[in-house]
Structures are given as structure tokens and as C-alpha cells.
Write a protein that binds this ligand. Sequence first.
Ligand SMILES: [Zn+2]
Length: 350
Amino acid sequence: MAEKQEDNLQQPDNNDDNDTDNNKDDNDNNKDDNDDELGISDVMDLLRRMGMDQETPPQVLSELSLKGVAEFIASDKCQNIIVMTGAGISTAAGIPDFRSPGTGLYSQLEKYNLPHPQAIFELDYYKENPEPFCMLAKEMWPGNYNPTISHHFLCLLEKKGLLLRSFTQNIDGLELVGGLPEEKLVAAHGSFHTSHCIDCQQLHQLEWIKEKIFAGEVPRCTKEGCGALVKPDIVFFGEALPERFFKAMEDFKKADLLIVMGTSLKVQPFNLLVDQVAKTVPRLLINREKVGDGMLGMFGHGFDFDSERKYRDVAHLDDCDSGCVALCEMLGWKDELLQMSKSHNGGTAS
Ligand SMILES: [Zn+2]
């Protein structure tokens, strides 16, 4: 430890020779560009080496695989599971990943000539053109879709007394449709459950705004003399996340296991949550591809599935529903999971 620190301290000495003033301006410009790149990689390198200086925490899982996670869940060491989810758990329900262009929903929205796909979640755009968001809200309104096996998996964890909390980026509310108690869900990007006037902040009731949106009307504030737009409390770009999100972050300290499903982990601050569990806590990713490995922006360390120092992160590469079924099969819960899904969807579960 001490030796390594000395090494680190000596490093900057090599760069101590200050630039002589012989460089031309052009060279300086080029050099600045290089410095920027070097600057970032230097920081990355430093962070990695800072990590190297720490002792690797003990491996809790019997093996770094889905089987190892299943064994851990079955043991009495695992009492509090946090699940983080994204659009991938809802695609099997037929809900398009509306944040990415090229989906069916976007072609429906083409007639509105959005300047760019994200405009639909921008407040300035909403103020000028509320219709596209209202149409999206009508399409996405909770109740239009059935929960997937992944949503039922959350309910199953809850039924087993193991679910501490489910954090989702989704605004479809399918967890609640599937029967998850409201207090178990943190909708990080908001929900349709409440709506507010964007000007006077007056709260508007769910039934009222639903009626407006389903009638194809733009919802306007009912407070006398206001008449500004009302918006469901979906978090738009640049808006603060719900207070509940920040309060519930406390949960991460209590977690024994973190499961991340169906998210690209690209959106901050949601993606930084993966680093909020204790260093010993195992983390399972169920997703079509590896995500979140390596740095997550400046502040996130992310997953480590493959390095020599890996000790707790497991990537199970599959679609979310199949991953949940595979995990439940190892736990002896598969029939129960499929039964929950089947009975909820009137026997039409695939
Ligand atoms: Zn108002």
C-alpha cells in the first residue's frame, strides 16, 4: 500500500518539466487537443489505479453466474433485493422503446414533424406543441398493455418477501398493473398518476386528465384565470427527478443483491444507482447485451464482468422475460411465475 502510494506521488514528477516557450501557436493548439484526450484517459487511469490500490472485497456468490445468484437468493443471506429496470422489461408487452427513433410510435408521430425525437419530452416544445405528447400519453396510458413475465417476477420477489424496492425508468406503470404494491415501486422518471399545471402548479386529478387526453383535448388548468397547460408528472428532459427517488436511494445501503434488467444504463442519474449498493453486494444484469461495464460518466464505476478483479458482477445475456424464467427455474419458482403471468393475462401468456 505505502509503496504504491509513493509510486503515485512520484508520477507527477515526470511531468514537472514545464513546457518551454519554443512552441508555435499552431503546435500549442494541437497540443491542447491532445492534452484534452490525455486528460480524460489520465483520470480514468488514475481512478483505475485507485481501485487497484484497494483490496478486492470478498466474493459473496459461490460462482459468478446465474446459478451463483440463484443459490445466493435461496440462502438466508439474501433478504433485501433491489431491482432496477428499463424499457427492456416492457417491450414484450408491445410497448415501444419510444426514446429511440424508428419505432412504430415514432412513425405515428411523424405527422407532427418533431424537430428531434426527444422534443416530445421537452417542456419548451410541449408549451408550443402539446399535441404530440398528449397523443403519446393516450397510447402509453396505464391499462392499455398487460404486464410481462418480468413484471410478474418483481411481484414474485415481493410475494417471497425479498423485494426491498423496484426502481424503474419506465412510465408505463405495468408493475402496478401486475399487482406490485405502490410503496415497492419508485418511478424515477415519473408517472401518469398525478398531473400539475406547468404554470401555477395546481394538482389535477387522474380521472380529469385521463378524460381530456382520451377525448383528444389538450389539458388546460382549471384554476380560475390560469388556463395554462397541465402535464402528467412524467419527468421531461432537464426536469428534476421526483423527490421520492432521492429519498428511496437510502434503500441501496440495505440491499443484499442488486438486479438490473432491460436498461442501457445510459441515462443519469439513474445509471449511477448501480454504485450505491455496498462493495460486497452481488449485482446481476439481465439484458440482451452487456451494459454499464466500465465507467458510467465521471462519477460511476459501473459493472466489472470481465476483468481479473471481478468478484461480484454477473451478466446474463438474454431478453428479460427469458432471464427471469431461467433464474426462477434454478430457484424452483418457474411454475409459480408462469402461473402468475397466465392468470393475470387471462391464460394468454406466451
Ligand atoms: Zn394553472
